[in-house]
Design a binder for this molecule. Structure first.
Ligand code: COA
Length: 146
C-alpha cells in the first residue's frame, strides 16, 4: 500500500537518488535539504511503499498559488499510480490552504508527465522558449485553477 507523508531530512538521501535518476538537470542534495530546513513556502511530500521511499513531490506556496517544483517516482515504481497519489496530495493541501490553483513547467517532450497533469485538470497556458539549459527545449506552462 502507498502511504503519502511530509518529507523530512530522514528522507533526503533516497529522495536525492530518485531526483538524480529522474532528471537530466537534477537539483543538488543541498538544494533539496534547504527546501525542507529553510524555505517556509515549501511543501514537500514523499510516497512510501512498504517503508521504502518511491517518489516525492513538492511545491512553493507563493501568495495564493502553488508552484509545483518537482514530482518524480523511482524508475522501478512508475505506472503504479504513485505519481497520481502524490499529485492528489498536493491538490488536497493546496485546496486546504485555499490557494487559487497550481502551476508548473514541463518539457514539451515529456508526454508521460503532461498526461498525468491533464488527468488532474491542468491546461497548457503558454510556453517558455528554450527554458531547459541542457537541450534548449521549451517548457509548457500549465495551470489548474480550483
Ligand atoms: C511523470 C511521473 C512522475 C509519473 O509518475 P507515475 O507514478 O508513473 O504515474 P502514475 O502511474 O500515477 O500515472 C498517472 C497518470 O499519468 C499518466 N502517465 C504516467 N506515465 C505515463 C507514461 N509513461 N505514458 C503515458 N501516460 C503516463 C497517465 O495518464 C496515468 O494515468 P493512467 O494510469 O490512468 O493512464 C514519472 O513518469 C516520473 O517520475 N518521470 C520522471 C520525472 C519527471 O519527468 N517528472 C515530471 C517533471 S515536470
Amino acid at each position: 500500500m502507498i502511504h503519502i507523508t511530509d518529507m523530512t531530512l530522514a528522507h533526503l538521501d533516497r529522495v536525492y537518488d530518485i531526483e538524480k535518476d529522474s532528471f537530466t538537470i537534477p537539483w543538488s542534495k543541498s538544494m533539496i535539504r534547504k527546501e525542507i530546513t529553510d524555505n517556509k513556502h515549501a511543501i514537500y511530500k514523499v510516497a512510501l511503499y512498504e517503508n521504502e521511499i518511491v517518489g516525492y513531490a513538492g511545491m512553493w506556496h507563493v501568495v495564493n498559488e502553488g508552484q509545483i517544483t518537482n514530482i518524480a517516482v523511482g524508475e522501478g515504481f512508475r505506472r503504479m499510480g504513485i505519481g497520481a497519489r502524490l499529485m492528489e496530495s498536493l491538490i488536497a493541501e493546496a485546496q486546504e490552504k485555499e490557494m487559487i490553483g497550481l502551476t508548473l513547467e514541463v518539457r514539451v517532450g515529456n508526454i508521460a508527465a503532461q498526461k498525468l497533469y491533464f488527468k488532474y485538470g491542468f491546461k497548457a497556458e503558454g510556453l517558455r522558449k528554450r527554458y531547459y539549459a541542457d537541450t534548449g527545449e521549451d517548457a509548457v506552462i500549465m495551470w489548474r485553477y480550483f
